[in-house]
Design a protein around this ligand. Structure first.
Ligand SMILES: [Zn+2]
Length: 320
């Protein structure tokens, strides 16, 4: 039997040992090279685009020779105003890409010996950076599977039977339940979108799936409408999961990863941020064939390309 990719030596090209052994200066250089790949890590002014700068080495800042603007390697990126060392940031990225079902913030804070709050915001910023690769705005093509899965809104049953409520009734629900609609190309990308009801998936398909594509869906009646726009394979899950190549198993394996991430690592995710976890799982799913060095490389590049986070910059200062 062929060896599973994740068991092969080829999947391991980066380790925490190598990051810490190389040290802070090497980590800093990595960030410079990812921020300015066209100039091999030589600083380029983000304001005027001039590529000659004075280097203020003690403060790791640059001053543009043309417009005198001062900036650092992380200015204007998702890591703007960072306080963590570059070597710790790189270690955090390594830990996060190694966790194929996500990693809890408590665990990250223990590994990095930082506050829980720091780990929480850092991990959310990295998820936002990954989302750039997932939510590209491009339509899906080829053969696309669509399915929905419900997350959150668990109602704990009362201890005594006579006190228990009928959890199916709307009046007893928490309003925190959401559905993740996954649209997944058989060869290519996964696009998750969070909504209130699975039926909204038809409108999302209209916006995000190319008219030339073919589709697969399960037997749920709201997917009947898809037949108006596409040629659709249907599979009845009460009879079988795959009917001679008609299946939604790639969407299901995406949900399997997301379920394990939510129930095994995060335990609780708020409906407000479910989309972030959904993007994270899609990123992992689409990049599953890359070794961990390549994954870390991509994530640093995503972070250097992602703008300052509107949701997460100064999050705890705001909350206080
Ligand atoms: Zn300038």
């Amino acid at each position: 039997m062929a060896q599973h990719f994740l068991l092969s030596a080829a999947s391991r090209t980066l380790s925490l040992r190598s990051i810490y052994k190389a040290g802070e200066e090497a980590a800093y250089q990595t960030f410079c090279e990812m921020r300015w790949p066209e100039t091999d890590g030589e600083a380029v002014c983000p304001r005027c685009g001039h590529d000659e700068t004075y280097s203020i080495t003690t403060r790791r800042k640059f001053k543009c020779k043309a417009c005198a603007h001062q900036f650092s390697v992380t200015s204007g990126t998702i890591f703007a105003s960072r306080k963590m060392d570059f070597v710790d940031l790189l270690a955090a990225i390594c830990i996060i890409v190694n966790a194929s079902k996500g990693v809890s913030m408590i665990q990250l804070s223990r590994d990095l010996d930082c506050q829980y709050k720091t780990a929480f915001v850092l991990a959310h910023k990295l998820r936002e950076a990954m989302a750039q690769e997932v939510q590209t705005g491009e339509v899906l093509e080829g053969h696309v599977e669509i399915d929905g899965a419900y997350f959150g809104g668990h109602i704990r049953p009362e201890n005594r039977k006579e006190d228990r409520k009928d959890r199916r009734l709307k009046a007893h629900q928490t309003g925190k339940r959401r559905v993740v609609i996954a649209m997944r190309e058989r060869v290519g990308r996964t696009l998750p979108i969070v909504t209130m009801a699975e039926g909204e998936g038809v409108a999302l398909a209209n916006e995000n799936i190319c008219r030339m594509a073919t589709m697969s869906a399960d037997e749920a009646s709201h997917w009947d409408e898809l037949h108006m726009g596409w040629s659709v394979d249907r599979v009845n899950h009460s009879e079988c999961y795959s009917d001679h190549g008609k299946h939604t198993n790639m969407a299901e394996s995406y949900f399997s990863r997301l379920r394990r991430m939510v129930s095994g690592q995060h335990h609780h995710v708020s409906p407000q941020y479910l989309n972030q976890y959904a993007n994270r799982a899609a990123w992992l799913e689409d990049n599953r064939r890359f070794d961990n060095g390549e994954l870390a490389h991509r994530l640093v590049a995503n972070s250097m390309g992602a703008p300052v986070s509107r949701s997460w910059k100064g999050y705890w200062q705001r909350a206080a």
